[in-house]
Design a protein around this ligand. Structure first.
Ligand code: ADP
Length: 320
């Protein structure tokens, strides 16, 4: 059992602890702080959110963020937040010409909507230098990225990132991908679909969300989503499905898990990001895929019952 359990996350049994690198963009978040026009500043971004939750669940893992920020005050505040969360920042490059991306949360009758200023963010250049990129993930044994990590890059950066991940996988690292489809970040839907499938081709584990996949790839059901990613060459595919039953195919076997009913859904921001963190942590903590998926679902259930992307976790109810 132990060998299987470890193989799901790292391909060869390793003696040293897991070194998990997440590649992507962390942004400044401005969210309404009350009824008047006051805003509270925080920091969030999909792959970063996963890393942040992962560190809470597995404090002994090395968790490293691979990105780029500016050299201004808000960029340093972001780095300080990462340091406070014990996330390693030696692979967060500094760009004196640019700053961090920003998004603003608007509330309209309780519904949240988002406006983004990220078109010229420092993170867009994180994959410009192939040697830097290779060095940044060189130490890790698990490397995590998303469709958003790919979407924000220029064409050359996308090619550099895919090449680095391909060689990371070939050298024995486990590469994990959340497609996180965001059509607004791409030139058009076809470009998004092409790059998403290229992302899957360099990945061992893929974690799509069915509703988005059905919308843009036309998948008839969760099995069609699973099959498309298995055909791309991924060995483990988890198809998330909001409150409904999800599936996980690993080693040729497909299992089904239904998330616990969430009685108090306040804000679904970071549902998928936190689910992924719980699942990765669970792969080390438990013997079975079912238990790892259940931990992801429990964590996501907590996260959607509170406002914001990064919320305090109740560890007590997570592991019971
Ligand atoms: P994403 O945020 O990427 O769109 P999903 O909506 O598929 O991802 O949700 C990810 C996970 O969060 C689900 O697998 C489930 O465990 C949990 N989740 C999301 N929405 C709900 C909900 N309404 N009730 C219970 N669990 C939910």
């Amino acid at each position: 059992m132990q060998a299987n359990k470890i193989n799901a996350l790292v391909k060869k049994p390793i003696q040293e602890p897991i070194k998990f690198a997440a590649i992507g963009e962390c942004m400044v978040e401005m969210a309404p702080a009350g009824t008047d026009a006051t805003y509270q500043m925080a920091f969030a971004g999909d792959t970063f959110n996963t890393l942040w939750y992962l560190k809470k669940l597995r404090p002994t893992w090395s968790t490293q963020f691979v990105s780029r920020v500016g050299t201004d005050t808000v960029s340093y505040a972001m780095l300080q937040m990462m340091a406070d969360a014990e996330i390693e920042t030696q692979s967060v490059g500094r760009d004196p010409q640019r700053t961090a991306g920003l998004y603003l949360v608007s509330l309209d009758n309780g519904e949240r909507s988002f406006s983004y200023w990220r078109g010229t963010s420092a993170a867009r250049l994180l994959a410009r230098n192939p040697e830097w990129l290779e060095k940044s993930i060189g130490d890790a044994n698990v490397v995590y990225f998303s469709g958003i990590s790919l979407a924000i890059l220029e064409d050359e950066g996308r090619e550099n990132l895919l090449t680095a991940l391909k060689s990371a996988r070939a050298s024995g690292k486990t590469v994990i991908f959340d497609p996180n489809l965001r059509p607004r970040l791409w030139d058009d839907t076809q470009q998004m679909k092409d790059y998403i499938m290229q992302g899957a081709q360099v990945s061992d584990i893929v974690l799509p969300s069915y509703d988005d996949e059905a919308e843009y790839f036309g998948d008839a059901d969760i099995f069609a989503t699973r099959n498309r990613y298995l055909n791309a060459g991924s060995t483990t595919v988890v198809v998330k499905n909001g409150p409904d039953e999800m599936i996980c195919c690993h080693d040729g076997e497909t299992i089904h898990v239904t998330p616990p009913v969430a009685r108090n859904v306040v804000d679904t921001t970071a549902a998928g990001d936190s689910f992924n963190a719980g699942f990765f942590a669970g792969l080390e903590m438990y013997e079975t895929m079912e238990d790892a998926l259940a931990l992801g679902a429990k964590l996501a259930g907590q996260v959607i019952s509170k406002r914001g992307a990064l919320v305090e976790i109740d560890h007590g109810t997570l592991t019971t």
